[in-house]
Design a protein around this ligand. Structure first.
Ligand code: NAP
Length: 323
């Protein structure tokens, strides 16, 4: 059903309104798995893509731990397969990001930046998470000029360069290994003396001749004009600082859930995750959350997809209960 309105969410131009049984915010593994299950339950779900079709997984070069792909699968390819499968059963993927929501009564209202506003009888929030910055001087100005948050996207620009990777988790170590395809050397800068990353990744990194480590070290400043030239490093044990020349700084120091749109309308924990019960139910009946926006623990492609499927099953039951 489509008609125009000049009320909620519409700005200057006349907005189109669509009424849907189920709206899914986010097109990563959680959102697409939810779409697949909801489409098979004939809810005709609409998936709003947000900024990143395929979610963070699409920024990963190879995913080796998603079941069913013994040789690994490209992050973008996996996202495309998720989408094809969901669309095959009738899910509709629409481009745009939610800009405001009103969850105070049903149908829930979601305004978007695409000119389409939705009224949804149930909602699955699968908006994922975004990379944390280091928040040091120089970082913002040099983003895209040697500072990056995505090895898969930007690695090619660092052929035969000497670069730093900041962080000690799975993302940092996995991306450091990937970046050795291009870079002359990759130095992992970690604030502790042991990595958080899983054992297989740690072993691979430590055995890789192109990878070095600066332990107990943080970056306190990134220096350069049109391109990164050097960083200031601080040894957190001795307190000493030194300048270190480098061509690039890749930052992987965790993620923040994309939950701010729901502040004041849903319960959100101290880490920014939307609080859900074991059935993916948020504090508003009919609103579910799945994937990294609601997961402070696992944050894997497979667990996000599982949460998305569970959320869709529950949304189906919720809508069926009122028929
Ligand atoms: P993470 O596990 O939260 O690790 C963040 C890393 O950044 C930690 O080593 C942390 O240090 C460091 N850090 C945090 N704030 C910092 C700061 N201000 N300055 C310097 N260092 C800082 O995040 P992630 O690596 O992005 O992983 C997120 C989730 O995705 C995890 O559950 C991970 O298992 C999963 N993941 C899995 C795979 C895979 O299975 N292949 C790949 C990527 C991600 P400390 O260690 O001292 O806290």
């Amino acid at each position: 059903m489509e008609f125009s309105l000049s009320g909620f969410g519409s700005k200057n131009r006349e907005a189109v309104e669509k009424e849907v049984k189920l709206l899914i915010l986010g097109a990563g593994p959680a959102g697409m798995a939810a779409a697949l299950y909801a489409a098979r339950a004939e809810l005709e779900p609409v998936v709003l893509t947000g900024m990143q079709l395929g979610g963070q997984a699409a920024l990963t070069h190879t995913i080796e731990n998603y079941p069913g792909f013994p040789d690994g699968v490209g992050g973008t390819s996996l996202g495309e397969l998720f989408q094809q499968q969901a669309e095959h059963f009738g899910a509709r993927v629409e481009f745009g990001s939610a800009t405001s929501v009103d969850l105070s009564s049903r149908p829930f209202k979601v305004a978007t930046d695409s000119g389409t506003n939705y009224k949804a009888w149930s909602l699955i929030i699968a908006t994922g998470a975004q990379s944390n910055p280091l928040n040091v001087p120089g970082e913002k100005d040099l983003t895209g000029k040697g500072v990056s948050y995505c090895g898969t996207c930007d690695g090619w620009f660092f052929k035969n360069k000497d670069i730093l990777v900041v962080g000690g988790g799975d993302s940092a170590v996995e991306e450091a290994i990937f970046l050795t395809r291009f870079a002359n050397s990759v130095t992992i800068v970690h604030r502790r003396d042991e990595l958080r990353a899983g054992a297989i990744l740690q072993k691979r990194a430590k055995e890789n001749p192109k990878i070095k480590f600066f332990w107990n070290t943080v970056v306190t400043e990134i220096i350069g004009d049109d391109a990164v030239k050097s960083v200031i490093l601080k040894d957190i044990v001795s307190g000493e600082t030194r300048q270190h020349d480098t061509d690039g700084v890749f930052v992987f120091v965790g993620h923040t859930p994309n939950s701010s749109l729901f502040n004041g309308q849903l319960e959100i924990d101290a880490k920014g995750c939307i609080v859900v019960d074991s059935l993916m139910q948020t504090t508003v009946p009919g609103v579910y959350a799945a994937g990294e926006v609601a997961d402070p623990h696992f944050r894997q492609v497979v667990t996000s997809a599982g949460m998305g499927a569970a959320a869709a099953i529950q949304a189906t039951r919720f809508l069926e209960a009122e028929e």
